[in-house]
Design a protein around this ligand. Structure first.
Ligand code: ADP
Ligand code: ADP
Ligand code: ZN
Length: 214
């Protein structure tokens, strides 16, 4: 099962992708997590990506496409995967489709997690991320057991630099201009499914399971 998560920044793509990966035993591939790991390790890719991410801009297509195309060809991806945060532009989607077509594969589902802009800024200011394992919490909606500490790995939780309100507004504009057109793109490919991302986390997941099957 090859799945793409679509939706605005903060819509809950990552939260749901982790649950999908667990239930269907497929890898969760988050380009944002890959960039953040590279930034932490101080790699060349990380240094380049950071200048864009800090401004709320997309990292250029050429820095992300090959990375994902190589990743989905790895052995653990034979039964499928859930892509979170990729594709984010029409050229990225076209490159992915072309690469998959070459190996006789295609995307099965593009799940759009729908959340209006008004809800997004509030969600993002409450998001706390673990730099150790990538787990995500929300100070009101999905709090960790101990304030400021990751349930899974015990490391400290932080507010991402790009989750500050001024950057979030910029990211939302970028989303509407460059990423939202993918909804029509995957509708045309007859793989789009939509869920209401304003429901609570468990309800959104159960709606997704209805689409993907038990
Ligand atoms: P969110 O989950 O809040 O939408 P991500 O963690 O997916 O954010 O991405 C954080 C940042 O990483 C983006 O704002 C962008 O700068 C960069 N990024 C992640 N994936 C891509 C991509 N596919 N193309 C371009 N930039 C990306
Ligand atoms: P994305 O990957 O789309 O950027 P995340 O999965 O990181 O989004 O979620 C953004 C924030 O909203 C996080 O703080 C997360 O804990 C919280 N969140 C996720 N799903 C829900 C939900 N259904 N209701 C309320 N808050 C949620
Ligand atoms: Zn952690």
């Amino acid at each position: 099962m090859k799945i793409i998560m679509l939706g605005a920044p903060g819509a809950g793509k990552g939260t749901q992708a982790k649950k999908i990966a667990e239930k269907y035993k497929i890898p969760h591939i988050s380009t944002g997590d890959i960039f953040r790991a590279n930034i932490k390790e101080g790699t060349e890719l990380g240094k380049k990506a950071k200048t864009y991410m800090d401004q709320g801009l997309l990292v250029p297509d050429e820095l992300v496409v090959d990375l994902v195309v190589d990743r989905v060809k790895q052995d653990d991806c034979t039964n499928g995967y859930v892509l979170d945060g990729f594709p984010r532009t029409i050229p990225q989607a076209e490159s992915l489709d072309a690469a998959l077509e070459k190996i006789g594969e295609k995307i099965d589902y593009a799940i759009n997690v729908e959340v209006p802009d008004e809800n997004i800024v509030r969600r993002m200011s409450g998001r706390r991320a673990c730099l150790g394992c990538g787990a995500t919490y929300h100070i009101e909606h999905i709090p960790p057991k101990t304030e400021g500490i990751c349930d899974t790995c015990g490391k400290e939780l932080v507010l991402r630099d790009d989750d500050k309100p001024e950057t979030v507004t910029k990211r939302l504009n970028v989303y509407h201009e460059q990423t939202q057109p993918l909804i029509d793109y995957y509708t045309d490919k007859k793989v789009l499914a939509e869920v209401d991302g304003t429901k609570d986390m468990a309800e959104v997941f159960s709606d997704i399971v209805k689409i993907l099957g038990e």
